[in-house]
Design a protein around this ligand. Structure first.
Ligand SMILES: NC(=O)C1=CN([C@@H]2O[C@H](COP(=O)(O)OP(=O)(O)OC[C@H]3O[C@@H](n4cnc5c(N)ncnc54)[C@H](OP(=O)(O)O)[C@@H]3O)[C@@H](O)[C@H]2O)C=CC1
Ligand SMILES: CC(C)(CO)C(=O)C(=O)O
Length: 306
């Protein structure tokens, strides 16, 4: 098998459909038998501004997937990363690379245990994906993926370039970055601000901007998260992150962040991999993040109530 995509939800379906449509041999792996059966029998349907496209893709439970895979792409929510990686050990060989495009930090660690740190690729994506029914996903032609190797081995740089070329050929705008932790942290800060504040307050992105206290909280969390990135010597573009957040306020005003949507649908959130991961790095460095700490605690408390 060429590519195993682990987590056949919104993003896994989008990327799986694009890669399969472009001729890659892809298997989607998920825990939901119903979803797997649906994808196997009906295929996937992806709708964007350009229209709708039906694509046949193979899907399988982890235990029935046959390896080894040349590339594993991890696209579960971060709370499920450990279990997902444990379930696909048989798909990894010494030649396998593993890529995470999940939000948050920490997903790379189980992958490093699986294939070795030198064979882990990491990235972020701004493509949106919403699963409206099993096997049906709404996305956009607008977006991009940035990825790169976690370590600095030349073979991993080449693997990142091949993965990017394959995603480009599948119609997904993809760039490689020599220091991938920079875009990872830029996205991490963006999600830490918007997702944590919205999930703690129950507000949409636009309402965070309009609500005086919520906006103050978001601004305070932004400064705390930037200080942590600087403390780690991750050379994030402060101005670019601020501008990205302002754009989200303008363009995604009515949007409930994924963390709020997860809370409202009774699912575990990615708080520990997003705001919680920033706060954990802050503690390690001795940097105070009082606003972020309280907000993460509120989200965790709301999670315990569901
Ligand atoms: N959707 C988006 O627009 C974007 C998402 N992301 C990130 O991408 C990642 C995936 O997001 P998204 O696709 O929206 O999430 P989804 O919840 O839609 O999909 C995740 C899928 O993984 C399945 N899953 C759970 N546990 C396992 C397991 N052990 N093995 C295999 N599959 C499992 C889930 O099943 P079940 O539902 O039963 O738990 C679900 O089908 C997240 O980190 C998210 O933050 C990043 C950018 C944009
Ligand atoms: C911050 C946001 C809402 C993008 O606007 C997002 O990425 C999410 O919902 O996880």
């Amino acid at each position: 098998m060429d590519i195993a995509i682990v987590g056949a939800g919104a993003m896994g379906q989008l990327i799986g459909a694009r890669l399969a449509d472009a001729g890659s041999e892809v298997v989607l792996i998920d825990v939901s038998e119903h979803l797997i059966h649906h994808i196997e029998s009906e295929g996937l349907r992806v709708r964007t501004e350009k229209g709708e496209r039906s694509i046949s893709v193979r899907a399988s439970p982890a235990a029935e997937a046959e390896g080894p895979a040349k590339l594993i792409i991890l696209l579960t929510k971060s709370v499920h990363t450990r279990a997902a990686v444990d379930s696909i050990r048989h798909l990894a060989s010494p030649k396998t690379y593993a890529l995470t495009l999940q939000n948050g930090l920490g997903n790379e660690e189980p992958l490093a245990e699986l294939v070795g740190r030198e064979r882990v690729l990491m990235g972020v994506t701004t493509y949106p994906a919403d699963q409206t029914a099993p096997g049906r996903v709404i996305s956009s032609e607008e977006g991009r993926i940035v990825l790169g190797p976690l370590g600095d081995a030349p073979h991993a740089r080449r693997a990142a370039e091949s993965a990017a070329a394959m995603l480009m050929a599948a119609g997904l705008r993809t760039l490689t970055h020599p220091r991938v932790m920079i875009p990872v942290w830029e996205k991490l800060i963006f999600n830490t601000v918007l997702n944590t504040v919205s999930a703690a307050t129950g507000l949409t992105v636009g309402a965070v901007k309009e609500g005086q206290s919520a906006r103050k909280l978001a601004d305070a969390v932004l400064e705390e998260a930037l200080a942590v990135a600087h403390g780690l010597d991750v050379d994030v573009d402060d101005h670019g992150v601020r501008a990205q957040i302002e754009r989200a306020y303008e363009e995604h005003g009515s949007h409930k962040t994924s963390m709020l949507a997860d809370l409202e649908s009774g699912r575990e959130t990615e708080v520990d991999a997003i705001g919680g991961a920033v706060a954990a790095q802050a503690r390690r460095l001795g940097i105070r993040t009082p606003h972020l700490d309280v907000l993460c605690d509120v989200v965790r408390a709301r999670m315990r109530l569901i």
